[in-house]
Design a protein around this ligand. Sequence first.
Ligand SMILES: [Zn+2]
Length: 245
Amino acid sequence: MTGSAGKMKTTGKPGHLHGLERGMTVALLGLFLCVQWGPLSDERGKWGIAAGDPFVKEIVLTFDDGPRESGIYELISTLRRLDVRGTFFLVGKFAERYGFITRDIDEAGHEIENHSYTHPRLYTLWTEKVMREVERCNEVVDRLGIRVPRFMRPPGGGFNLVIFDAMRRMNMKLGLWSVNTADYTGRSAQAIASQVLGDARPGAIILMHSGVPATVEALPEIVTALRGRGYRFVTLQELWDGGSI
Ligand SMILES: [Zn+2]
């Protein structure tokens, strides 16, 4: 939004815009927003994505913190049964330790993205450290012969300008979310399903975690109900390709 700030300035009386200037400012702001929202615009979502096109009934299910042995195969087989491709934000050191699981996730057709190498609070680190954390995760995935991640989700969701800058320098995007199921707090499957079904919107990105039994249990109801409402499940890359805000 920095581009529009300069256009808001008045040269005359401070704090008062003449009618014409005000009209032009509104028009320019409107144009700016259209450019930002346009699905085909180069300007859109330079920094990353937190939700997709609000007019397209697509939803992304994302699973953080894997791969771990506990619960991961239940999750993979449930997604296979439901014919849904998920997006997995993997922690590099776990992807390294459990390379065979990482390959299984990939071979099952899911998308693998970056959740740092050691899962630190990235916003406490310098640019080079942030880049190294993200790079090391990418290197692990690359060594396993899997498409290198293009999105990074900061552990805990905290981010700052240093992280923006690091991602820009690495030509990567932030992969955030619009619905947090808080499935890591021990909530019941019913509570998780009710929340997702209540908060789901076109373009929603749902934050879940791998290795949580209640999440696996909630998936059939979530997927069936949302498909009934006309939603299609896509990966984060597919949502990005279709347009983001
Ligand atoms: Zn995490």
